[in-house]
Design a protein around this ligand. Structure first.
Ligand code: PEP
Length: 254
């Protein structure tokens, strides 16, 4: 049986711990019989500790970011070790909202190394800001991949998830959804860049996700035709009914 990964990125939602707890409890209840999907929830970090007791065995917790240093004078930041101690298993890194706010690929690279060092699993977001007919977005993406993944130990790639998230397909402002064909094309492209940097074996050992306007209506298309091992879900992960549906669809395909 195949296993797919459904990652919920809650971003800066919901406003209360009670709502967060209710949502997690609802998801945990709805997925009791799910066998072929790993569900990972990335809530705001303030909810990580209290949610530990609510997630049960079927849901894993993720952080939405971290610092690359292990301690020190970094006001407002959290270290990978702190997150591990809070029961976190995965960390989303290089999300487009962080990159837009100024995070560089070099910083994401440091964070990947720091996260791997303490045994957490990085979910690294990659994606072009816009598409152009001259295909400049391919060189943009190639540079982003090269800078983000330089100097990572070869054996670590099998632990890493790469989420292909084109910015133009994310959130309420999205121009349009990406197509599953665009997803698989970019997965192949990213693998080719990594195969040139490292080896084909390394490139093939990475697990890919698609993210950007995933809904119950299109989830199966990305999973079947998008060349990915799972989905990164934003808005619809905050809606119990829709998120449950996405998980059920995923489970049914495996
Ligand atoms: C995201 O921002 O990671 C995301 C996938 O958002 P949405 O699903 O809302 O487009």
């Amino acid at each position: 049986m195949k296993n797919s990964y459904i990652i919920a990125n809650w971003k800066m939602n919901p406003n209360t711990l009670r709502e967060a707890g209710n949502l997690v409890a609802g998801i945990a209840k709805n997925i009791r019989i799910i066998k072929n999907a790993t569900v990972v929830i990335a809530p705001p970090s303030i909810y990580l500790y209290p949610l530990q007791n609510k997630v049960g065995k079927k849901i894993k917790l993720a952080a939405q970011d971290c610092h690359f240093e292990s301690d020190g004078a970094h006001t407002g930041e959290l270290s990978p070790r702190m997150l591990k101690n809070a029961g976190v298993a995965y960390v989303i890194l290089g999300h487009s909202e962080q990159r837009t706010a100024g995070e560089t690929s070099a910083e994401v690279n440091e964070k990947i190394k720091a996260v791997l060092k303490v045994g957490l699993i990085p979910i690294v977001c990659i994606g072009e800001t816009k598409r152009d007919t001259e295909h400049q977005y391919l060189s943009f993406l190639e540079t982003q991949v090269k800078e983000t993944f330089s100097g990572i130990p070869l054996a670590s790639f099998s632990k890493i998830f790469i989420a292909y998230e084109p910015l133009w397909a994310i959130g309420v402002e999205a121009n349009r959804e990406a197509t599953p064909e665009e997803s698989i094309e970019m997965v192949i492209f990213i693998k080719r860049v990594l195969a040139d940097m490292y080896t084909t074996k390394v490139a093939e050992s990475i697990r890919f996700l698609y993210g950007g306007s995933v809904h119950p209506e299109n989830a199966h298309l990305f999973l079947i035709h998008g060349g990915v091992h799972g989905l990164l879900v934003g808005r619809d992960s905050l809606n119990l009914k829709k998120f449950t549906k996405i998980i059920e669809i995923t489970n049914g395909l495996n």
